[in-house]
Design a protein around this ligand. Sequence first.
Ligand SMILES: NC(=O)c1ccc[n+]([C@@H]2O[C@H](COP(=O)([O-])OP(=O)(O)OC[C@H]3O[C@@H](n4cnc5c(N)ncnc54)[C@H](O)[C@@H]3O)[C@@H](O)[C@H]2O)c1
Length: 251
Amino acid sequence: MSRFEGKVALVTGAASGMGKAASLRLAQEGAKIVLGDVNEEGLQQTAADIDAAGGVAKAVTFNAMEEESCKALVAAAVETFGQLDVVVNAAGIGGFYRLDELTPEVFNRFMSINLNSVVTICREAMPHLQATKGNIVNFASLNAKTMTAYQTAYCASKAAVAAITKCMAQEFEEHGVRANVICPGGIETPMVTQMRFPEGMNRRLLMNLQPLSRKGEPEEVAALVAFLASSEASYISGEDIFIDGGARSAM
Ligand SMILES: NC(=O)c1ccc[n+]([C@@H]2O[C@H](COP(=O)([O-])OP(=O)(O)OC[C@H]3O[C@@H](n4cnc5c(N)ncnc54)[C@H](O)[C@@H]3O)[C@@H](O)[C@H]2O)c1
């Protein structure tokens, strides 16, 4: 399959989990990839994996907490490959915090990484996406719709990512740019396996996080990213697509 031959994709969170899997998948299907992440070592590994598979990738270290760094990432992508067809915003942080632990610093870290960086990257990328009639795939979460105790910051940031993506889809529809949001749940990645839980939490309040019979694989999500980013999804925009093994239907 080469649905992305001649296309350039920018993927954040590319050092790990679903961002990495999406990068590998898009590269495998012919896209040149700009890989963005704060984790330099992981980023280099993803670039090496793409290279070993015969793909083309450029690694750019960036910090989603810094506006200038987000802008520089988009600029580096366009400078390196001359165009931008697809933007995938997968960088993010998770974690459970009691309300009394939710200092402005903690709350702002969630907002800055999970939400503000997405706005900045989309805003900077939009003129280039208009030029190619490209599209955006943002990562929200099952928690964009399903709220959980101790996830005030995470749920707020992800519900907002779903909202802003739909707003952008409306605003740029007439310019030929699509924007969709993926809402994963229970995917086996370092974010989930290394999840932070607060001291003294009431486990009963997390009963709605009932695990299904299995976790999802990052590659299963990468397949959805590739579909949404491809011309096969040419009439899909402004959608939030849940990929959670059926978890939401049981909630
Ligand atoms: N794993 C799940 O079940 C799940 C469920 C719902 C939503 N998500 C979302 O999917 C996306 C991908 O998550 P994942 O599960 O693959 O997690 P992951 O931890 O494997 O990957 C997240 C990546 O984001 C990067 N990142 C974190 N802070 C950054 C910063 N300041 N600047 C640049 N990069 C930064 C990390 O270095 C990491 O490579 C996230 O937005 C996450 O919120 C995951």
